[in-house]
Design a protein around this ligand. Structure first.
Ligand SMILES: [Fe+2]
Length: 123
């Protein structure tokens, strides 16, 4: 999650989004999957878990919490376009998947998004 968080920070800064909110969304985005040891519906269930955690932490206001939970909820929908922060988390996830082990092929559902990111960041 640290790699996704770093990528999310970079993307948010480039796109004029709040990098701290992007980083928080990224740090929480797969927590449900780790806790449940399953990726089944982890994005939707992870949004609920993140809302619980953020409610306890009281570090974010309602708008920030909604933004983080929305990004987590949508992060597995790589083939559709959602809001700017949702897209920042999806793209950060794709950067992490594609760059942390370049011996692996880019997943088909992530290829177009990765191509767009390479163009956006001049890679
Ligand atoms: Fe995920």
């Amino acid at each position: 999650m640290y790699g996704v968080s770093l990528a999310a920070t970079l993307i948010a800064k480039k796109r004029g989004l709040d990098p701290e909110i992007a980083a928080m969304a990224a740090m929480l985005h797969d927590l449900y999957a780790y806790k449940a040891e399953s990726y089944d519906d982890h994005a939707h269930k992870g949004a609920d878990l993140a809302r619980e955690i953020l409610g306890e932490l009281k570090l974010t206001d309602e708008v920030e919490t909604d933004m983080i939970c929305s990004a987590i909820y949508h992060h597995d929908d790589k083939l559709v376009t959602d809001g700017p922060m949702d897209e920042a988390l999806k793209d950060a996830d794709v950067i992490d998947h594609c760059l942390k082990d370049e011996s692996k092929d880019v997943k088909e559902k992530e290829q177009a998004r990765f191509d767009n990111l390479c163009e956006e960041f001049g890679l």
